[in-house]
Design a protein around this ligand. Structure first.
Ligand code: MTE
Length: 324
């Protein structure tokens, strides 16, 4: 059953809305201001909402969602100020301080295409999708192959709920995800030696596992741009590069997708990328991880601590390189 959402308390009654002309003038002024600030990466949310498209401002009323207590953690949550200012999002730069540049991301209108081996291919506006889903909050570990980790309260819905909408055919074996491609707003995409757009993929078995989560929010609010607004994946048992941000297209296929990093360096980044302390990456030992904010070094756990939920997915695949 799709969730029913009441209009927010602050929603204006039609009669009380600003007359169109006043609004149009205000919009023109704000547009000028917005463009100037956008260049500097300094667009306040309220200005952005009126001048560029902003999914966050349009979906705030859905948050906070109820926490699903099945998905909890045994360590402190990473403060938002820390996790929101140390991000991998190569579309906006190949360093961690991309939060400001990422504010240029225009998240409305934002259509998501669902295609390939499905009974019901569809193109759905992000806002329609998020309203159809019953949102919940989950606390997840998040572990990068660079050996740092954080713990984040994500809000979203299980990937399996999207599968239920699209009804994949029995011939579908993989789900392939693709990010937007717009070098005009994402400076990193001007670096033509990278294989844009960012792509990632999982098997159908992984996609239907309860842990596979499509994220629309974090810290009780719509997703901030640097986290991969308006829609990203969270696969907490895998290295972070599998958790693709700012998804535009979801395709069902019988071909194993080649991810962005796998295409760049197949000897370093593979399809499975399951967290394992015993399999080092050529540049980073995986024995320990550095917890962001506290700086503490803690032992890495197999499947990032989610072995009970996911180890069964890999029975019979022992000969595959599951951990890189
Ligand atoms: N998705 C896109 N589109 N572009 C990226 O550069 N980086 C990945 C992943 N998803 C990336 C992406 C990597 S390497 C990691 S570790 C996580 O996003 C980082 O997520 P975070 O910034 O929310 O911690």
């Amino acid at each position: 059953m799709p969730a029913i959402h009441r209009p927010p308390r602050w929603a204006v009654a039609e009669g009380a809305a600003t007359p169109e002309l006043v609004f149009a003038n205000r919009r023109a002024v704000l547009a000028g201001l917005g463009l100037a600030l956008a260049g500097a990466g300094l667009v306040p949310r309220v200005v952005k909402a009126q001048t560029q498209g902003d999914a966050a401002a349009r979906t705030t009323f859905l948050y906070p969602a109820q926490r699903n207590r099945t998905y909890t953690v045994d360590r402190a949550l990473t403060p938002e100020a820390v996790s929101g200012s140390y991000n991998n999002f190569y579309e906006f730069g190949s360093h961690k301080q991309i939060a400001r540049a990422a504010q240029a991301l225009v998240t409305h209108p934002w259509d998501i295409e669902v295609d390939g081996l499905v009974e019901k291919p569809l193109t759905i506006a992000f806002e329609d999708l998020v309203r159809r889903m019953a949102l919940e909050e989950r606390l997840y570990r998040h572990r990068c192959v660079e050996a740092w980790s954080m713990t984040v309260p994500w809000t979203g819905f299980p990937l399996s709920a999207l599968l239920a909408l699209a009804r994949p055919l029995s011939s579908a074996r993989f789900v392939r995800f693709e990010t937007f491609n717009d070098p005009g707003i994402a400076g990193g995409q001007k670096q033509v030696w990278y294989p844009w757009p960012y792509v990632e993929g999982v098997t159908m078995e992984e996609a239907t596992n309860d842990l596979a989560f499509l994220v629309t929010g974090a810290y009780g609010k719509p997703l901030a741009e640097q986290f991969g607004a308006p829609l990203r994946l969270a696969l907490p048992w895998k290295y972070g590069f599998k958790s693709i941000k700012s998804i535009r297209r979801i395709s069902f296929t019988d071909q194993q997708p080649i991810g962005f990093w796998e295409e760049i360096a197949a000897s370093e980044y593979g399809f499975w990328a399951n967290v394992n302390p015993d399999v080092p990456h050529p540049r980073w030992s995986q024995v320990e991880e550095r917890v962001l904010h506290t700086g503490e070094r803690v032992p890495t756990q197999l499947y990032n601590g989610y072995a009970e939920e996911v180890a069964g997915l890999y029975k019979g695949l022992e000969s595959a390189s599951l951990y890189r």
